[in-house]
Write a protein that binds this ligand. Structure first.
Ligand SMILES: C[S@@+](CC[C@H](N)C(=O)[O-])C[C@H]1O[C@@H](n2cnc3c(N)ncnc32)[C@H](O)[C@@H]1O
Length: 214
């Protein structure tokens, strides 16, 4: 991995209490508007997300137009996960308490993470784990908007612009060293009212091609 490019305090949070407490009650709500949700589904379709898929930091909806053949959803609240009709498997796991993913190497065709990457306090470790559980050449797609639970988002995210947030996620990909070059895209048109939707994605490096992103 590269040397740490994040300043001291970047991953501090206003609510430094355990995530298990914050997420102990179910929030059966949507965190972005319908338009942004539709854009997430369209992006997954465009990128061909299918097969064995992991929805990281998931809840009761995973936003696929057509659910993948076998969807595993990992999140914090069992009741939310139990309501996810697309999920074949659900796993309660606190990535801030333990960034190790409880899955074997090369077990997924894709990993997605929707409007949640801002809550990770050890994102580089988590991204390295995502690379481990992905099959070579498989994508990891992170989407985000401009909304969050501010007490739980990391400080570096809260003080960044949307464009800077794209750069932050690209840095997570690069420093984790498990991926090829990442792409950042604004998926909703700038003039459109409502929640903006941005995506950063990259593909798991193949065994003989080390992750590279300039
Ligand atoms: C804003 S919600 C987004 C949920 C879902 N991805 C969606 O698109 O609606 C944030 C999600 O991140 C998950 N989360 C937050 N902190 C987490 C942690 N430490 N480990 C694992 N998941 C976490 C929560 O379970 C919650 O479902």
């Amino acid at each position: 991995m590269d040397s740490d490019p994040f300043p001291t305090g970047f991953f501090a949070r206003t609510d430094s209490g355990g995530d298990a407490t914050f997420y102990s009650w179910p929030r059966l709500v949507t965190h972005i508007d319908d338009q942004a949700i539709a854009v997430v589904g369209a992006l997954y379709e465009e990128l061909g997300i299918s097969g064995d898929v992991l929805d990281l930091m998931g809840s009761w909806v995973s936003h696929f137009r057509t659910p993948p053949a076998r969807l595993t959803v990992l999140g914090m609240n069992a009741e939310e996960l139990g309501e996810n009709a697309a999920a074949a498997v659900t796993v309660v796991h606190d990535l801030n308490a333990d960034p190790c993913l409880p899955f074997p190497d090369a077990s997924f065709d894709a990993v997605v993470c929707c409007v949640s990457v801002d809550y990770l306090t050890a994102p580089v470790e988590v991204f390295a784990q995502v690379a481990r559980v992905l099959r070579p050449g498989a994508p990891f797609v992170c989407t985000f908007s401009n909304r969050c639970f501010p007490t739980k988002a990391v400080r570096g995210w809260l003080y960044a612009s949307d464009e800077e947030r794209g750069a932050i996620v690209r840095t997570y990909f690069r420093v984790s060293a498990g991926f090829g070059a990442s792409q950042f895209q604004r998926c909703t048109p700038p003039a459109l009212a409502g929640d903006p939707l941005y995506a950063v994605w990259a593909y798991r490096s193949t065994a003989d091609a080390p992750g590279a992103d300039t």
